[in-house]
Design a protein around this ligand. Structure first.
Ligand SMILES: Nc1nc2c(ncn2[C@@H]2O[C@H](COP(=O)(O)OP(=O)(O)OP(=O)(O)O)[C@@H](O)[C@H]2O)c(=O)[nH]1
Ligand SMILES: [Mg+2]
Ligand SMILES: [Zn+2]
Length: 302
C-alpha cells in the first residue's frame, strides 16, 4: 500500500493543488474518484486538510479531503444550479478589508461579510487600509461597528501604520484577507511577508473598483506561527445555506431585543409590537445595519 500523510492545501488551481506536508510544499493531483463524485461544494480549497498518498517517490495524489471545521464561502455567482463557492476552509479569523480613499467603503458589503463570519463562527476583524489617505478622527460608521463589538484595525501597507497590531492579531491563527479588489490585501501581505512579493496593481481610475490583480487564493506560513491567506477581490457576496430564521442571530446587536417581540417567529420587518423595530426607531439599533438585515431577508425570500 502507498505511503499516506496529512497535509494543508496552500494553493488550488484547476489542474493541481499545492500541499504543505512536513514543512515542505508539494504539488499533487486529485484522485479521479474524488473529482468525479457528485457534490455541491468545492472539492479542495486552501485551508483544507487532506490525506496525500505517494504512489511513487516523485508523485503525490490527494486521496481524501477531511471534513471542514469552518469555511468562508458564498453562493457561486452567476446562474445555473446553486453551488457553494468556498474561498478558504478551516478559518479562525476573517480579515474583512476595506480602505480609506478608493475603492469607497461599501457598508452593505461589509455587513454581508460580517453575516457570513457570524454564521460560520469565524472571528471577524475589520481592517481599514490606506490610513495615509484618511481624514482626521474616527468616522461615524466605525463607532457603530465598534459599539456592536467588531474590532476595527486602521492600517497602512504604504506607511506601515498599525501593522504591529495587525501582525499580533495573526499569531497562531489561520486568517484570510477578504474584500473588494483594490483595497490592498496583497499589499498588506507583502508588508507582513516581504519575501513573497505578491502582484499588486493600481486601482483603475475608470470606476475606482480595482482590476482583480490576485486571481488565485494562496495560503502563507507566518514565521511567528499561523497562516495568512490572500484571496481575489470580491464584488458579489450572497450567503450560502443560511436558514432565514437564523439571520437575526447573525446581527449581534439584535440579541437584546429579538426575544421580546410579540410574535415568537417575528421577522422584524412588518409585525406589530416588534422590539427590534422599536429599538431602530429609538436609535438603539443603527438604521443602516437594520436596512442590511431587511435586504438580506428579502434576498433569501426571493
Ligand atoms: N495610499 C495607499 N495605497 C495603498 C495602500 N495599500 C495598497 N495601496 C495601493 O492600492 C492598490 C491596490 O493594491 P493591491 O494590494 O493590489 O489590492 P488587492 O486588494 O490585493 O486587489 P485584488 O488583488 O485585485 O483583489 C495599489 O495601487 C497599492 O499600491 C496604502 O496603505 N496606502
Ligand atoms: Mg491582490
Ligand atoms: Zn421583531
Amino acid at each position: 500500500m502507498a505511503k499516506t500523510m496529512q497535509g494543508l492545501v496552500v494553493r488550488s488551481t484547476a489542474g493541481f493543488v499545492e500541499v504543505l506536508v512536513d514543512g515542505e510544499v508539494v504539488r499533487a493531483t486529485i484522485r479521479g474518484r474524488l473529482k468525479n463524485a457528485p457534490r455541491t461544494t468545492d472539492l479542495c480549497v486552501i485551508g483544507d486538510q487532506v490525506i496525500v498518498a505517494q504512489p511513487d517517490p516523485r508523485s503525490y495524489v490527494v486521496a481524501e479531503v477531511l471534513p471542514r471545521k469552518s469555511r468562508f464561502s458564498r453562493r457561486q455567482p452567476g446562474r445555473g444550479p446553486h453551488k457553494e463557492d468556498v474561498l478558504v476552509a478551516n478559518l479562525d479569523q476573517l480579515l474583512i478589508t476595506f480602505c480609506h480613499g478608493r475603492p469607497v467603503l461599501n457598508t452593505r458589503l461589509l455587513d454581508r461579510f460580517l453575516v457570513i463570519a457570524e454564521h460560520q463562527q469565524i472571528q471577524p476583524v475589520i481592517v481599514m487600509n490606506k490610513a495615509d489617505l484618511s481624514e482626521p478622527g474616527d468616522p461615524t460608521w466605525q463607532r457603530v461597528y465598534e459599539s456592536i463589538g467588531y474590532p476595527v484595525l486602521t492600517v497602512s501597507a504604504g506607511t506601515g501604520e498599525g501593522m504591529d497590531a495587525l501582525t499580533e492579531a495573526l499569531q497562531d491563527k489561520i486568517s484570510a484577507f477578504v474584500g473588494p479588489s483594490g483595497v490592498g490585501k496583497s499589499s498588506l501581505i507583502n508588508r507582513i511577508l516581504p519575501s513573497l512579493d505578491l502582484d499588486i496593481a493600481s486601482v483603475s481610475e475608470h470606476h475606482g473598483k480595482g482590476r482583480h490583480t490576485t486571481r488565485v487564493a494562496s495560503l502563507h506560513t507566518l514565521p511567528e506561527g499561523g497562516f495568512l491567506a490572500d484571496t481575489p477581490g470580491i464584488r458579489e457576496l450572497a450567503t450560502w445555506e443560511l436558514p432565514i430564521e437564523h439571520l437575526d442571530r447573525c446581527f449581534p446587536e439584535l440579541a437584546a431585543y429579538r426575544d421580546q417581540c410579540a410574535f415568537r417567529s417575528c421577522s422584524h420587518t412588518h409585525e406589530p409590537q416588534c422590539a427590534v423595530i422599536d429599538a431602530v426607531n429609538e436609535g438603539a439599533i443603527d438604521r443602516e445595519r437594520y436596512e442590511s438585515y431587511v435586504r438580506l431577508r428579502e434576498e433569501a425570500n426571493a
